[in-house]
Design a protein around this ligand. Structure first.
Ligand code: C5P
Length: 232
């Protein structure tokens, strides 16, 4: 499985998104479409970006009863995306149902990865609000193991957790990691960050990079810098 840089296209409108993608003339980056853009523009935006030749990670983080997730994943599989995700907290039966729904009649399916604990959730909040009193790293690794048991391809995690996930679930189990910043760049609201180069050393398979590319004076140059540090 080749490493790749995924650009988080956190824009509110189709116009802004396509204007941004128009800047890329000689490369077709892998892009992440999240809830804001999907809810604003609907499935058509996914089809349009796909038709332009981009790979797509559809970041909708599903979590519901198994039957509902199975049917929703079935709809997403027809959008021809390359990767989608769900919450591992939905449990193993939900994740198994998701795989079933996502698998196309010809046996192919997009990659399916799980969110373990959101990186916005601290140990304190997890204990207080979710009544989970185990150490957060143990919870993340347990959810990653559940995802593997259910047949998923990997997890979204902090690059700093990627090494542990590989140790627990095997090196083929994918780690998709946001929280990436250039050594000389702003961290913004991300707290636990690392550079593309360091993410490569730790063993991330895909880095998800938003503002360091989308807000750069020269987004294409920033993307190429990520690729040269992380992939090449
Ligand atoms: O702009 P930035 O590089 O911080 O964007 C990171 C992207 O990854 C955003 O789309 C954010 O929602 C997403 N993400 C994250 N942390 C997670 C899961 C997703 O930053 N744990």
């Amino acid at each position: 499985m080749g490493k790749d840089v995924i650009i988080a296209c956190d824009f509110n409108t189709k116009e802004e998104t396509l204007n941004f993608l128009d800047k890329f003339t000689d490369v077709k980056p892998y892009v992440k479409i999240g809830m804001e853009l999907f809810y604003a523009e609907g499935p058509q935006i996914v089809k349009e970006i796909k038709q332009r030749g981009h790979k797509i990670f559809l970041d909708l983080k599903l979590c519901d009863i198994p039957n509902t997730v199975m049917k929703a994943m079935n709809v997403l599989s027809r959008l021809d995306v390359d990767m989608c995700n769900l919450h591992a907290s939905g449990t193993i039966p939900m994740m198994e149902a998701a795989i079933k729904g996502l698998t196309r009649p010809d046996g192919t399916r997009p990659l399916l990865i799980a969110v373990t604990q959101l990186t916005s959730t601290s140990q304190e909040v997890m204990t207080r609000d979710l009544l989970i009193d185990k150490p957060i790293n143990e919870v993340v690794m347990h959810y990653a193991k559940n995802a593997k048991t259910a047949g998923l391809d990997g997890v979204v995690c902090s690059p700093l957790e990627a090494g542990d996930v590989k140790n627990v679930c095997g090196k083929e189990f994918l780690t998709v990691t946001p929280g990436v910043r250039f050594a000389d760049g702003d961290t913004g609201d991300q707290v636990r960050v690392t550079t593309p180069q360091k993410a490569k050393e730790i063993g991330s398979d895909y880095i998800v990079v938003g503002r360091p590319i989308t807000q750069a004076a020269d987004p294409v140059a920033a993307y190429k810098r990520c690729v040269s540090e992380f992939v090449d």
